[in-house]
Design a protein around this ligand. Structure first.
Ligand code: HXC
Length: 258
């Protein structure tokens, strides 16, 4: 499907989705979030996709929700629309892994979108922030919850209360991103990482994603139980037999997603 606010390239089982509203530093408007939801749902369905990389431009992953689109809205309008609630839920419902490749600004809704992905690799020019406080509002698509779980209360609170940006070094030290790479290497590194994931058993990859996400959604006890049962269930797959046999026979596994 053709999109107006993003592009999708599929190559060797990796879907590279680029946000593409350069005139507004990829600010997230309703059209972009709706197209992104559609693109992710299509990637989830497409057998030629096993991992997704979501990126923006060199200057901006996304500079937040589109302030022009929101500025004149009333409480009743944003409440009735549940502004961007359904859109972000669709994004987090994606079952295949999504790597956020962040260069430049990831602010407000842009930071929240990156955190809604499964992990973040960023360029050394990345800047993360929740500057909504400067607009007289607060984060609205998960930032107060996700940033706090990534970096802890003190840093998260400071960022939400002051609107200050975090650079790439601080983001890595604080655990917000898995890795920092030179800006020119961002896409090749993110795609190479995605490609490693495409070589695994997709059923095990999706199970791992679900299990790690339980750490954010339930108690330790329930999460451990979910992991244990999912681990046990994977013994019903051919890929488990193949993966373990390949190790013992000192050869590469041939996973078939069964
Ligand atoms: C709409 C935006 C935008 C945004 C940038 N632009 N961010 N338009 N919404 N969030 C537009 C600018 O108006 C400008 O358009 C063009 O992009 C380039 O931006 P500049 O400001 O000229 O660039 P620069 O001076 O380099 O500054 C970059 C920046 C700044 C630091 C990222 O643009 C900025 O502070 N943006 C807003 C960041 C922000 O507050 N985000 C949080 C939004 S609220 P023109 O037409 O003038 O050239 C949010 C809530 C989420 O995200 C919850 C939703 C439910």
């Amino acid at each position: 499907m053709a999109y107006q606010t993003l592009t999708v390239e599929i190559d060797d089982y990796v879907a590279l989705i680029r946000l593409n509203r350069p005139e507004a530093l990829n600010a997230l408007n309703s059209q972009l979030l709706s197209e992104l939801g559609n693109a992710l749902a299509e990637a989830d369905q497409n057998e030629k996709v096993r991992c997704i990389v979501l990126t923006g431009s060199e200057k901006a992953f996304a500079a937040g929700a589109d302030i022009k689109e929101m500025a004149e809205k009333s409480f009743v309008e944003v409440y009735n629309d549940d502004l961007f609630g359904a859109e972000i839920d669709r994004i987090t419902a994606t079952r295949k892994p999504i790597i956020a490749a962040v260069s430049g600004y990831a602010l407000g809704g842009g930071c929240e979108l990156a955190m809604a992905c499964d992990f973040i690799i960023c360029a050394d020019n990345a800047k993360f922030g929740q500057p909504e406080i400067n607009l007289g509002v607060i984060a609205g698509i998960g930032g107060t919850q996700r940033l706090t779980r990534f970096v802890g209360k003190s840093k998260s609170m400071e960022m939400h209360l002051t609107g200050r940006f975090m650079d790439a070094t601080e983001a890595e030290r604080a655990g917000l991103v898995s890795r920092v790479v030179p800006a020119t290497k961002l896409i090749p590194e993110a795609v190479a990482t995605a490609r490693k994931i495409t070589e695994k058993s997709l059923v095990a990859v999706m199970a791992a994603k679900e299990a790690v996400n339980r750490a954010y959604e339930t108690t330790m006890r329930e999460g451990i139980l979910f992991e244990r049962r999912t681990f046990q269930a994977l013994f019903a797959t051919e890929d488990q037999k193949e993966g373990m046999a390949a190790f013992l026979e000192k050869r590469e596994p041939q996973f078939r997603d069964r």
